[in-house]
Design a protein around this ligand. Structure first.
Ligand code: ZN
Ligand code: ZN
Length: 169
């Protein structure tokens, strides 16, 4: 019997992906995930983490300036730079982010042509709300989706389990 779990809406789906992406974050002070979406298509994902090749906060400690860790690029910046390095046009995309973007990220998102921000959590005082308002970028605040992933091989009659002991012989 297939369990009758509610199928997530598109907004829940992309927010849930953002939650999953945040699991890759490397700064213990904050875990953020960002998913850039256009026409229901994921363009790129990002989480807050160090410059590629550099040490991670969780290994070497944070670099604190004015009570903020500055070692990492934020999730939103990393999603935008993913697009920059792969030649993906972000203009007109939506940004699904686990947390309200900071001032710096709000400016980058606006400059990248992002037209809507969807979040389920706020951030401490920043100028982001004001910048988004001036740029006519709406901020949609939704409840946090159920974080569980419902996947049980036993539910699906077509699925055949892999016997890893045999595979590794
Ligand atoms: Zn850090
Ligand atoms: Zn930020």
């Amino acid at each position: 019997m297939v369990e009758n779990k509610k199928r997530p809406s598109w907004d829940e789906y992309f927010l849930k992906v953002a939650m999953l992406v945040s699991e890759r974050a490397t700064c213990p002070r904050m875990h953020v995930g960002c998913v850039l979406v256009k026409d229901k298509q994921i363009l790129a994902t990002g989480y807050n983490g160090s410059i590629p090749g550099d040490a991670h906060c969780e290994d070497e400690g944070c670099i604190i300036v004015d009570n903020h860790c500055v070692r990492t690029n934020h999730a939103e910046i990393n999603a935008i730079t993913q697009c920059a390095t792969h030649g993906v046009n972000t203009s007109g995309a939506k940004a699904y982010v686990t947390n309200m973007p900071c001032t710096t990220c709000s400016k980058a998102l606006i400059a990248a042509g992002i037209k809507e921000i969807i979040v389920f959590s706020d951030y401490h005082d920043t100028l982001a709300t004001e910048f988004f308002r001036k740029a006519n970028v709406p901020i949609i605040k939704l409840p946090i989706p159920n974080g569980e992933i419902h996947y049980n091989l036993d539910n699906y009659s077509s699925a055949k389990k892999i016997n890893f002991e045999d595979e590794n012989k």
